[in-house]
Design a protein around this ligand. Structure first.
Ligand SMILES: *Cc1c(COP(=O)(O)O)cnc(C)c1O
Length: 393
């Protein structure tokens, strides 16, 4: 329901509340319930043969699944959305939808690390060649396009190092050379950035992160434009892609509060990122929402907000000192994933999985997820952490 009955285009907040929801179809109850099911019954042989029934088998979708697909599709401005069992499955299904043996694909060097694994092992086995490129390449990506290049894969910002990609510039090349353009949009969740409106054919999300929003379910989404939808639909069908019913319900529940949660994540992350920039222990903060970030110009041109995820490069410090800092944190949990209501931190070193660019930061790197706690409590926790870092230096 992008538009009202009178035809006015509705705002994001209204759409998040109303998208993919039809109380009249469920006895007036506000929320679409969890449909659990494998078998869907047909009344007659004629109904079975007509193939007109909207639901035919659990794996092929339930009203709960269709509801969340419709809602994400509306947010992303797509022709069709297909849910997957995880964000990673959304990545692999979307790539497999477009490639065949003999193809060459271009993948940003800063992508989510398992995406690289899929390219380096599975795609390689299938005879698809992956070439990694500098995420800052912009329109110069034209120089890497070969006769057999099939697609360009982007992620903006990169989920560890936060380089912003010039998607419209890359999209112009993809269009001119008839390539598919895929964009991992997990960081901005579809609310703060719409890849399809910037020239991508497919937007991929780990809905596990902000759409679910409570660190309690795995879910992915692939949203396609009309040109790409048929390919994604076919690949998802052939691969047996099927999200869980409870997980899908949790995704729907998360959607309704996405705007208020993200607004708080953005505000608190900006505050804490600026606080970290002033710390003597910190060399750099990598967060495109900061005015002096190298990606800020692209971010403010293409995005309408930022999430709670950013990284920090510390000044040189020993491993033991960093461990002392992190081990004693009371409010920041340590673990993979992000997008829940809680704050997280994780040390990382992507030097071993960069091939097109050189990752040599001046000190240890930490990735933070700023949750919904009071920012003052979070900075107090970090301040004590910096004390331990200094004491064990
Ligand atoms: C987490 C993540 C994924 C994978 O999602 P899962 O739901 O954990 O499988 C893919 N891309 C990005 C950018 C992510 O952060």
């Amino acid at each position: 329901m992008t538009k009202s009955k009178s035809g006015t285009k509705r705002g994001d907040k209204t759409r998040l509340v109303h998208a993919g929801r039809d109380p009249s179809a469920q006895h007036g109850f506000v929320n679409t319930p969890v449909y659990r099911g494998s078998t869907v019954l047909y009344e007659t042989v004629a109904a079975l043969e007509s193939k007109k029934q909207p639901y035919t088998y659990g794996r092929r979708g339930t009203p709960t699944v269709r509801a969340l697909e419709a809602a994400i599709n509306e947010l992303e401005g797509g022709a069709e959305c297909r849910l997957t069992a995880s964000g990673y499955q959304a990545v692999t299904t979307a790539i497999l939808a477009f490639v065949e043996t003999g193809d060459h694909i271009l993948v940003a060097d800063h992508v989510y690390q398992p995406t690289r694994q899929f390219c380096d092992y599975m795609l390689k086995r299938l005879g698809v060649e992956t070439e990694y490129y500098d995420p800052l390449i912009g329109g110069d990506i034209a120089g890497l396009v070969r006769e057999n290049t099939r697609l360009i894969y982007t992620e903006s910002p990169g989920s560890q190092t936060f380089e912003m990609q010039d998607i419209p510039a890359i999209a112009a090349v993809a269009k001119a050379r008839d390539l598919w353009l895929l964009n991992d949009n997990t960081w901005a969740s579809g609310l703060y950035y719409q890849p399809l409106a910037h020239g991508a054919d497919v937007s991929i999300q780990a809905a596990t992160k902000y759409i679910v929003g409570h660190a309690d379910a795995m879910l992915g989404a692939i949203t396609s434009n009309a040109r790409a939808a048929r390919h994604v639909e076919r690949a998802a069908g052939h691969l047996g892609v099927c999200p869980g019913s409870e997980e899908t319900f949790l995704g729907l529940r998360g959607m309704r509060t996405l705007d208020v949660r993200l607004e708080r994540h953005h505000k608190s992350a900006l505050e804490i990122a600026a606080w970290l920039q002033q710390r003597p222990e910190v060399s750099r903060v990598l967060y495109p929402a900061l005015p002096d970030d190298p990606g800020h110009a692209i971010w403010s041109r293409d995005f309408t907000g930022a999430c709670g995820l950013f990284s920090v490069i510390l000044k040189p410090a020993s491993k033991a000192a960093v461990a002392a800092m992190l081990d004693g944190l009371e409010l920041f949990g340590m673990g993979f994933s992000w997008g829940g209501y809680e704050s997280l931190v994780i040390p990382f070193d992507c030097a071993s999985y960069r091939t097109a660019t050189n990752w040599q930061p001046e000190g240890p790197a930490l990735r933070f997820h700023i949750g919904l706690e009071d920012p003052a409590d979070l900075t107090r926790d970090l301040e004590a952490g910096f004390g331990r870092l200094k004491d064990s230096a």
